[in-house]
Write a protein that binds this ligand. Structure first.
Ligand SMILES: [Cu+2]
Length: 207
């Protein structure tokens, strides 16, 4: 659902497409996000991110793969980070923190959509990874929030970071950087060629 593949038509017209903004309800959205957070939600349709890579890391029954983020527009203060965590061990573990080379701090967030309004909250007490399960942090769901960016993630320039688990400790990872607004590591854009206004988002053209 999150990865909307673009077709050849989209590829052909990608250069012409306008930037769209997902209008979040400012008041209701995560209070820690200032205006710049909205810049981060700009979605530019893109047709190709063939240069992103998957890096897998394994540690104490936990494996971490598909770590990625996206390029941010100039001036963005926050960015989202995504990763798939699999617990193949017998003990539950918890994602309790993270670091990102281009931000001062990282929070683990949860995103929910209620009546068309997207809300973000910090996950209290860490994100549980039950034994035998895989948890995908992805757009529109759990995600890492890179707070107070100190640099600009650029497409195809991986950024180092770490994930910190209650039991497994710290795992070093590298976030692939997808294009601005990508909805998946595969680089699919945020919108289908035909469609505006799906999924309860309010789409606006940017001025
Ligand atoms: Cu967030």
């Amino acid at each position: 659902m999150q990865s909307i593949k673009l077709n050849g038509v989209a590829a052909a017209v990608a250069g012409l497409l306008a930037t769209v903004v997902v209008a979040l309800d400012t008041a209701a959205a995560c209070e820690k996000h200032d205006k710049a957070a909205h810049a981060q939600t700009k979605m530019t349709r893109v047709a190709d991110a063939g240069t992103t890579h998957n890096h897998a890391q394994s540690h104490a029954g936990l494996s971490v793969e598909k770590a990625w983020t996206r390029a941010t527009p100039p001036g963005a203060k926050v960015a989202g980070g995504f990763v798939t965590i699999t617990n193949s061990g017998k003990e539950p573990d918890k994602l309790v923190g993270a670091s990102f080379a281009l931000s001062k701090s990282v929070e683990v967030h949860e995103m929910t959509m209620t009546d068309g309004v997207m809300r973000m909250n910090e996950v209290e007490g860490g994100l549980a990874i039950a034994p035998g399960t895989s948890v995908e942090l992805k757009p529109g769901s759990y995600h890492l929030m890179f707070m107070d960016l100190t640099g600009t993630p650029k497409e195809s320039e991986p950024v180092k970071g770490t994930l910190r688990f209650e039991k497994a400790g710290e795992i070093a990872i590298e976030f692939a950087v997808a294009p601005i607004g990508a909805k998946s590591i595969d680089g699919a854009g945020g919108n289908t060629p035909a469609g505006h206004g799906h999924g309860g988002h309010e789409m606006k053209h940017q001025h």
